[in-house]
Design a protein around this ligand. Structure first.
Ligand code: FAD
Length: 385
């Protein structure tokens, strides 16, 4: 069986490793001239760690990951601590895997290093897919350089603007969510004096929120500021002025202001995606990662889902299950994550009077009930490959 993967991001490389691990020959076609990720951070929960271990990629990633001790939730207007979730021994004991934070480039490089250790993975760069014929016996891909390739199984891992999705689901271009995400990286030495800077910090704010945590083994702090805003522009790394963030959070408590006033500049992304689709395949082509279930990043699970997809796909094919049944193994879980992310955005951005009620609920939630609530997400275990 010949397998082609379109897209060499997290989903594409993880899928290539999963398939190579079960003895398949795989070609990965990436449109960029190199396999690389731009600056930003990722939270890697126990479910994602489990999937990375199943791929045999965690050992290449772990040395670059940072182990935060807790997640702190605060009200961004008052600065008050609403709750804390300890990520130490009891968390690891319960969910059997640790919680880590990492620079995207470190995660991708770990996957790349693992992929390169397989002779059966052929990595091709500067190969933008431009057209596709899924009706032939072997799916025919045509690239921008006019070359073609044919594959018994084609995997679309080409992100939320996926061309493969267009051929499988055909539900039009991505829809803007009305949220902008500003992100920046700050050297830790600039803000080392700020309390709890080495933890995962979540600040709730009317019509927005801020998340920050260490990456690059603790050398930098990744900050993401989410803002409700009807701004629609294509591009993942559009430069944005600091004043845009400060204007939105102008009533922030001093302790939040101390963080968001640090960056000299931000990169901006107008969040966009597709409504959740039940169609995931056509003939012998299927979708994984953001190409099939793009999500607002408020559960910090987009990359995690992509890595889970890869392991489940590997296991599915190893067990000789039909492509048409793959979606059944993933849809309920991914739909719940996508819908919960959207709901969390609404909760994080509440204004008075619901903001006050929300704060009381968060404050009164015990660690035990928080753990219980997260069990469906974090107790997921990767199948063996
Ligand atoms: C601000 C922010 C914070 C986030 N935080 C987290 C987090 O904490 N934890 C988490 O798990 N997730 C997080 N996510 C989500 C995560 O980044 C994505 O879900 C993940 O990157 C999806 O990976 P992917 O490989 O499916 O898609 P992508 O990363 O988009 O990769 C797609 C790849 O396909 C290539 N490609 C596209 N079109 C073509 C073509 N025509 N031909 C060939 N190649 C093509 C692209 O160049 C790219 O390399 C966050 C997202 C955002 C925006």
């Amino acid at each position: 069986m010949t397998i082609g993967i379109i897209g060499g991001g997290i989903a594409g490389l993880a899928s290539a490793i999963a398939l190579a691990k079960i003895g398949k020959q795989v070609d990965v076609f990436e449109k960029a001239s190199a396999f690389e990720e731009v600056g930003a951070g990722l939270q890697i929960g126990p479910n994602a760690v489990s999937a990375l271990k199943a791929l045999g990629a965690y050992k290449a990633i772990e040395p670059h990951a940072f182990a935060p001790e807790q997640i702190l939730i605060r009200d961004g207007l008052t600065g008050k601590l609403l709750n804390r979730l300890h990520l130490g021994d009891s968390f690891e004991k319960l969910f059997k895997q640790p919680y880590r934070v990492i620079h995207r480039a470190d995660l991708l490089n770990g996957l790349l290093e693992t992929a390169k250790s397989y002779d059966s993975i052929n990595l091709h760069t500067s190969k933008p897919l431009v057209s596709l014929d899924l009706n032939k016996d072997t799916n025919e891909c045509t690239f921008a350089d006019d070359t073609t390739s044919n594959h018994d199984l084609l995997i679309g891992a080409d992100g939320f603007r996926s061309i493969v999705r267009r051929h499988i689901i055909n539900d039009g271009p991505p829809v803007y969510a009305g949220h902008s995400l500003f992100r920046s990286l700050i050297p830790i030495e600039n803000i080392e004096h700020i309390n709890d800077i080495k933890d995962v910090n979540l600040w709730l704010y009317p019509h927005g929120h801020v998340v920050h945590y260490p990456v690059s083994n603790g050398e930098q702090i990744n900050i993401v500021a989410a803002v409700e805003q009807n701004w629609e522009k294509r591009g993942w790394s559009l430069p944005a002025d600091t004043s845009q963030v400060l204007e939105h959070f102008k009533n922030a408590h001093d302790s939040l202001m101390a963080i968001i006033s640090q960056p000299q500049g931000w990169l901006k992304w107008a969040a966009a995606g597709h409504p959740f689709s039940k169609i995931w395949h056509k003939n012998n082509a299927l979708l994984v990662g953001d190409a099939v279930h793009p999500t607002l990043p408020y559960m910090a699970q987009g990359a995690a889902m992509a890595i889970e997809d890869a392991v489940c796909l590997g296991s599915h094919i190893k067990n000789q299950r039909p492509v048409s049944e793959y979606a059944q193994t993933r849809q309920a879980r991914t739909q719940k994550i996508v819908e919960t992310s959207t709901r969390l955005g609404k909760i994080y951005h509440m204004t008075n009077p619901t903001r006050l009620a929300r704060n009381m609920v968060i404050k009164s939630t015990s660690s035990n009930s928080q753990f219980k609530r997260m069990s469906w997400l974090y107790s997921w275990r990767a199948p063996n490959l």
